[in-house]
Structure formats: structure tokens, C-alpha cells
Design a protein around this ligand. Sequence first.
Ligand SMILES: Cc1cc2nc3c(=O)[nH]c(=O)nc-3n(C[C@H](O)[C@H](O)[C@H](O)COP(=O)(O)OP(=O)(O)OC[C@H]3O[C@@H](n4cnc5c(N)ncnc54)[C@H](O)[C@@H]3O)c2cc1C
Length: 311
Amino acid sequence: MIIVGAGPAGLTAGIFARSRRLETLILDAGKAGGQLVFLYPTKLIHDYPSYIRIGASDLAKLMVTHAKEQGCTINEDEEVVGLERKEESCLVKTSKGEYEGKTVILAIGMGLFEPRRLGALGEDKYHGNGVYYRIPCAEDFEDKRVLFVGGGDTALEMALSLESIAKEVILIHRKDVFRAMEENVENVEASKINVMFRTELKEIQGNECVNRVVVFNNETEEDTTIDVDAVVINIGFSPNLAKATEWGIELDEKGKHIPVDASMRTSIEGVFACGDIVMYPGKDKRIVTGCGEGATAAISAYKYIKKPYWA
Ligand SMILES: Cc1cc2nc3c(=O)[nH]c(=O)nc-3n(C[C@H](O)[C@H](O)[C@H](O)COP(=O)(O)OP(=O)(O)OC[C@H]3O[C@@H](n4cnc5c(N)ncnc54)[C@H](O)[C@@H]3O)c2cc1C
């Protein structure tokens, strides 16, 4: 079995595949652990059953260790660039070589993590020098004044994760209400975070690095200049599925997800999918749901290989 993506969904699929003693290769374009290590390693996770709270990178490390202990081979820094259905197998082409599997599970999350850009003046100029789309290391923001942009769970959770580290955290949102889980909204309300609703980022200014921003209140139509050291933009990620289209997989009408049935089957025989990349009625993008789908995908793939399946 070849699993593309070593996030929670792919790693869980690997653990289940190995319990059926399938030879299992997991390929990841980056580091194993998915979004937990790439996007929010220092954030605490409160909704993964049995861990009342656990750091994202610690949870990812445990999942990777579990998959390896079960006997999965995990190749990091190896991007899958092609997928071809053969008569009896699937050929997977990567940045480093080719592999043939009896079945493939696509667990590619949001693709290769392309954050949505805001398009504010100065955003491109200061990218990497004060403008960020993720928080790789919370300590880098120690004693800094940080402005977050966004009103969804990602923005709120990232802002909360820096509240006790940064000198000041400001959160601006263009609407007058957050689009986030009640728990996150409550935590922000109870925090010291300075929330500015109906506010949009107009311009990022500075010299070598970011020094200040100009924000625009879309209700009063007034501009305000605020001194900040960093801007973190969290307005979502654009799934990059250009390659999946070339692989011949049917996507949903927006071209952003892979529709699956209850067995996690895709439109290509022998190819299954799980995690953030899939869509079905009632789908929710969480770690625990991705893990559940990973288990289902692995069991379905096992049954597919073992045709006729009886045990
Ligand atoms: C800021 C933030 C906070 C969150 N907090 C929580 C939380 O507290 N609790 C919760 O349950 N969920 C949370 N989530 C959601 C959760 O992270 C995702 O639902 C989960 O990571 C999905 O897992 P996945 O395995 O489907 O995908 P991912 O974690 O995205 O992993 C996919 C992997 O596939 C790899 N990949 C992609 N394309 C290729 C390719 N072509 N070749 C090889 N590899 C490829 C990527 O490198 C990546 O490692 C949060 C999300 C964000 C952004």
C-alpha cells in the first residue's frame, strides 16, 4: 500500500494497514506530521480524545512513532507528482523515483500548504521579514507586538497561542462577528487580546522589517496606524489540487476536494482518500475525523486487495 501524505489521516491509515500486515510506504513532500508540525507546532490541542491537552508537535511525534513501530516506511521530503492506474496496480511517481502499489491512499490534506494571500500593500515585500502565514516557533514572537488578521478558528487559535509570549496581540477581523468555534471565541473574549472588528488591513510599512500597519474600519471608513513588529495572516489555505486533476481523480464542483463514498473510495479503482482533502455530506476537518477516515480507507483498501474478502 502506498499512502500519500504523512499527516494524522495518512499515519492512521498506515497503522491500520500494518495491523493487516500490508507492506506500507508513506510518502510526504515535507516532514511527517502534516499541519501539526508545519502550521501550528506549539499550539495546544484540547480535542484529541485521551489527551486533555497536548502540544501539536508532541501529538504528531507520537503518531509518527506509532506508525514506524507498526512497521510503516516513511519517506520524507519526497513529493508525489504523478499517479497512474495500471491493470493490476497503481504507479506512483515522485520527485525521487517511482513505486508500484496494489492500492493507494491519498491523504494529502490541503495539498502543499499554500496560504491565501490578502493582497495588502507591503504584504509581498515583508513576507518573511515580519509578515507570516504560520507560527513555526512561538519564541520568535517573544516581546513583540503582533497583529493577526482573520476571524476563523485558525486566526483565533494562533492569536491565543502567542497571548502569553508576545508583548501585545491584536486581532483584526473584517466582519463584526467571528466565524469560529464557541470555545475559541470564549477563550479570546477572556484573554488580553485586543480585538478590532470591522477592520481590514490596508498597508504594511517598515524599513528592513515591519514597523507599523495601516488598518481601515469599514464601518466608520477611518484609517488608523498601529505600531507592530509582526503581522500573521490567517485567512485560510488554497488547496493546490492541480496535480490531482492531472492524475484523473474526480474532484468536487469547486475543484477543491476529492468526493468519497462511505468506504473512502475515489473515482479511480484501487485509490482511496481520507482527511482534509475529502468531501462527503457532513464532513468536518479535524484531526480525529481524519484519523477515523484513515482507518476506514485502510480497511477498505485491504478488502480491495484481498478480493474476495471474507475475514
Ligand atoms: C491553525 C490550525 C489549528 C488546528 N487545530 C486543530 C485542533 O486543535 N484540533 C483538530 O482536531 N484539528 C485542528 N486543525 C485541523 C487539523 O490540523 C487537520 O484537520 C488535520 O491536520 C488534517 O490531517 P490530514 O492528514 O488530512 O492532512 P495534513 O495534516 O494536511 O497532512 C497532509 C500531508 O500531506 C502532504 N502532502 C500534500 N501533498 C503531497 C504530495 N503531492 N506528495 C507528498 N505529500 C504531500 C503534506 O506535506 C502533509 O504533510 C487545525 C488546523 C489549523 C490550520
